[in-house]
Design a protein around this ligand. Structure first.
Ligand code: ADP
Ligand code: MG
Length: 319
C-alpha cells in the first residue's frame, strides 16, 4: 500500500483524505479479484457524507502460483485496470445509466459509492432463473447505455471492448481446433468492427456484474469497456442469464425487448444493422470459448445455431 499513498500512508488515511471522514474502518472483503490480483472491500466511514464506500484495490501478483498466464494475459489485465480508471475518471459522469459514483480513482485504487447503501443491495443468485423483471431491467440498462454512447469515439477505453476481443486472445485462438470457426475468426471480428453504428459496450455484462434493488439496477466492472456494437453485450448477457434450453424459448423475446428499449432511448437508427450482427456477436464469443474452455456450459445448441448463421452469412463452409 505504501507505494501508492506515500511512505507510511495506509488505505484508511487515503480514504479519510478523499472522503473527508474522521475515520475509516475496514468492514469486510466482498471478494478477491480474478486470480488474486487484489480485493474488493467495504469500508465504514465516520463523519463523511456517506456511511460507507466500496474500494477495489488492484495488486498485480508477481506471477501466478500455477505459472498460468502468458505475458499477453498479464498485459491484458494491466490494461484492463487502466481502462477502468479512465472509465470512472473520464466517462462515468457522462454515463446515461446507473453506475457507482467514483469518489477517487488512482493507481489501481477505486474508491466507489457503495451501491448496497445506495439502494442496490441485491445480487442474482446462481442456480435459479433470473426473474423477468430483472432481465428486463438489465436489458433496458444495456439499451440505454448503448443508445447514449452511439457514435462516441472510445477515447481512453479499449478501441474494441469485451474481454474476449480477438486481438487480445491470441493464445485462445491458437488453442482452437482447426475448422470453420477458426478460419472465420478474423472475418467475424471484422464485421463487428466494421459496423456503421458503433457505440461503447460494457464488455463483461454478465448477470453477476449487475446490482439490483427497489430503485432498479446498476452495473459495475468496467475493465473491458470500449468500442463495439450493442448486440455484443446483449448476446453475452443472454448467455449468462439463461441456459441453452431456455434460450431457445426466450431469446427472441428478449432481443425484441432490447430493440424496443433501444428505440425508446433514441438508438433506433442502429436496429437493422445490429439485428443482422447478432449472429456475429454470438459467433465471436463462441470463438473465444472454443479456445478457452471447449467444454464450457455456455456452448449449447442455441449459440451453435447462431454461430452457424454467421458462418453461412460469411460463406465459410466445412467443419
Ligand atoms: N460500488 C460497489 N458497490 C457495491 N458492490 C460492489 C461495488 N463494486 C463491486 N461490487 C460487488 O463486487 C463484485 C465484484 O466487483 P467487480 O468490479 O465486478 O470485480 P471483478 O473484476 O473481480 O469481477 C460485484 O459483482 C459486486 O457484487
Ligand atoms: Mg465482476
Amino acid at each position: 500500500m505504501e507505494r501508492r499513498y506515500g511512505a507510511g500512508v495506509q488505505i484508511e488515511d487515503h480514504l479519510r483524505r478523499v472522503t473527508g471522514a474522521r475515520a475509516a474502518h475496514r468492514v469486510a472483503r466482498i471478494q478477491s479479484l480474478w486470480s488474486g490480483w487484489g480485493e474488493i472491500v467495504r469500508f465504514a466511514l465516520d463523519g463523511a457524507a456517506v456511511p460507507s464506500v466500496v474500494v477495489k484495490i488492484v495488486e498485480p501478483a508477481a506471477s501466478h502460483p500455477l505459472g498460468w498466464g502468458s505475458g499477453v494475459a498479464e498485459a491484458r489485465k494491466h490494461r484492463s485496470y487502466a481502462v477502468e480508471e479512465a472509465w470512472y475518471r473520464e466517462w462515468g459522469s457522462r454515463c446515461p445509466v446507473r453506475i457507482p459514483t467514483a469518489l477517487d480513482v488512482a493507481q489501481g485504487v477505486f474508491v466507489l459509492e457503495d451501491l448496497d447503501a445506495a439502494g442496490f443491495p441485491e445480487r442474482a443468485r446462481g442456480g435459479g432463473r433470473l426473474p423477468d423483471a430483472r432481465v428486463a431491467a438489465c436489458i433496458t440498462w444495456l439499451a440505454r447505455f448503448h443508445a447514449g454512447f452511439l457514435g462516441a469515439s472510445p477515447d481512453g477505453l479499449w478501441p474494441d471492448g469485451t474481454y474476449w476481443h480477438l486481438e487480445t486472445r491470441p493464445d485462445e485462438l491458437a488453442a482452437m481446433p482447426e475448422g470453420a470457426l477458426k478460419r472465420a475468426a478474423g472475418p467475424i471480428d471484422a464485421r463487428l468492427r466494421g459496423a456503421t453504428h458503433r457505440t461503447v459496450v460494457h464488455g463483461d455484462a454478465k448477470v453477476a456484474n449487475f446490482c439490483f434493488g427497489p430503485s432498479g439496477v446498476a452495473a459495475v466492472d468496467f475493465q473491458y469497456v470500449g468500442g463495439g456494437v450493442g448486440v455484443q453485450d446483449l448476446a453475452y448477457f443472454l448467455g449468462s442469464a439463461f441456459d441453452d434450453a431456455q434460450l431457445e424459448h426466450v431469446a427472441e423475446r428478449w432481443v425484441d425487448a432490447y430493440f424496443d428499449a433501444l428505440r425508446g432511448a433514441g438508438g433506433g437508427a442502429a436496429e437493422a444493422e445490429w439485428r443482422a450482427l447478432l449472429p456475429f456477436a454470438w459467433a465471436d464469443f463462441e470463438r473465444f470459448l472454443a479456445g478457452w474452455a471447449p467444454e464450457h456450459w455456455k456452448r449449447g445448441g442455441y449459440a451453435d445455431a447462431r454461430t452457424q448463421e454467421a458462418l453461412d452469412a460469411l460463406g465459410v463452409t466445412g467443419s
